[in-house]
Design a protein around this ligand. Sequence first.
Ligand SMILES: Nc1ncnc2c1ncn2[C@@H]1O[C@H](COP(=O)(O)OP(=O)(O)OP(=O)(O)O)[C@@H](O)[C@H]1O
Length: 256
Amino acid sequence: MSKAVIDVRDLKKRYGDVHAVRGVSFTVEAGTTVGLLGGNGAGKTTTIAMTLGLLEPSGGSVSILGCDMARDRYRALPYMNFSSPYVDLPHRLTVRENLRIYAGLYSVPDPKARIDELAAQLHMEDFMTRPSGRLSAGQKTRVALAKALINRPRVLLLDEPTASLDPDTGDWIRTYLENYQRDTGATVLLASHNMQEVERLCSEVLMMRQGAIVDRGSPAALLAKYGRESMDEVFLDIARQTGAAVGANGQEQGAA
Ligand SMILES: Nc1ncnc2c1ncn2[C@@H]1O[C@H](COP(=O)(O)OP(=O)(O)OP(=O)(O)O)[C@@H](O)[C@H]1O
């Protein structure tokens, strides 16, 4: 039996003629961060949404903390959470009201203390009483992260966690996530367009193109393999490639 906290096997999603995800397989071991990297439309968000159980796969399976997400996801959900720039909080409710609702959904003990703690840690105190619809993009990103951390999740799925943040704020959010993982042993699946982020946070990177994993490895291994000095260059090399994708266990899957 796999010791992986996240175990994704041959996951597929098809929308009519569109093969959004073409059979991806990967695992994320306890306490590590795996990154999903790929251009626009590569299938990262669809993979994360299926991993969470928000979207029904056309094929394949997802197991989290030993729970089959198709049959048993309510056993795993209390220990999980996610952030996504594509999920908006109710606009008229203030930031604090929204966080209180999520704290209730996750039965967070002493919700006021947890919300105050996150407001201080994520520098949100100035806009806690503002309607969520009136936040700047960078403020929304921080609120989404606070929502994702409200229940101190053991499994965190982050879709572009530093989208819209200025470089300085993005940097301390990355430090914050590193500290969170060090302190809690959380397991993280991260989709990002930010190569520095991936290089810094991820022990393994899955390079996606047109719904398939076309290469994978640690940032150091990928840099060595492509003879590059930065993940930006590796990303461009892979994005410009055509040809067969590498699937689970490294076997070729046919051109995407
Ligand atoms: N509901 C849908 N109906 C039809 N096609 C969809 C749907 N959702 C996603 N797709 C398609 O599936 C593919 C993968 O989309 P996805 O959002 O997963 O990509 P992504 O890697 O997250 O891209 P981005 O970096 O732009 O956010 C795209 O071609 C997209 O147009």
